[in-house]
Design a protein. Structure first.
Length: 227
């Protein structure tokens, strides 16, 4: 059923560790259902650039080298969700990260008679994720992505797309750092899983398969949530 018939804008949350494919899947869901992906980092940068009240507050905090408070993030999210392009709904990527943030989000949504439509947990295997993330690198010329095991250039050391012989690898894409990030993610997310399960909006999907198969699963979940 098309998302356009939803009486209030949908609010979807994608939960999953770095590298689980949240960004890729969110973009596909945007195209399919007319929703808007909102990530905390993009929201902060846009608000600062726009010079909104919340953006100015965030800029001052960041320039002081401090973490932006939940109150400021919620204020920025409130402003963004009120914009016309979010009329069908949004996909939240990277927020909330804690149950305190989840409660603040619930309060924000309640202001407009909204609620969480679905919180989808992209389930992954930690050991496989370490291999996935630590093996990836990109072409310095065009940004094409490659992997030590899963997507090697046809000609070793040469980009298939543009022919460049220069490549970049993120400094934090190493096995030790990825393992630490996964541990931190699970510690933060476990309470959120419980929180949304108690609200009967938690959905789980296997995120270890092909991108197309994961997308089909998510489309089914989101389609049901929008009905």
């Amino acid at each position: 059923m098309d998302a356009a018939i939803t009486t209030t804008p949908a609010v979807l949350i994608l939960l999953g560790p770095p590298g689980a494919g949240k960004g890729t899947q969110a973009r596909m869901l945007e195209d399919k259902f007319g929703l808007v992906q909102l990530s905390t980092g993009d929201l902060l940068r846009a608000a600062v650039a726009a010079g909104t009240d919340a953006g100015k507050a965030a800029k001052a905090v960041m320039e002081a080298g401090e973490l932006v408070s939940d109150e400021i993030v919620i204020a920025i999210l409130r402003d963004r969700m009120a914009e016309r392009d979010c009329s069908k709904g949004v996909i939240l990527d990277g927020f909330p990260r804690t149950t305190v943030q989840a409660q603040a989000l619930d309060a924000l949504l309640a202001e407009n008679g909204q609620r969480i439509s679905a919180a989808v947990s992209l389930e992954v295997e930690d050991a496989e994720m370490v291999i996935r993330i630590s093996g990836r690198y990109t072409c310095a010329g065009c940004g094409e992505g490659f992997h030590d095991q899963f997507k090697k250039p046809a000609v070793e050391g040469t980009c298939d797309n543009c022919g460049s012989t220069e490549f970049n690898r993120r400094a934090d894409d190493n096995a030790e750092t990825v393992a630490s990030r996964l541990i931190a993610y699970h510690a933060q997310t476990a309470p959120l899983i419980t929180y949304y399960d108690a609200q009967n909006v938690l959905k789980r999907t296997d995120a270890m398969g092909k991108i197309e198969d994961i997308a089909n699963d998510l489309e089914g979940i989101v389609g049901d949530a929008l009905n």
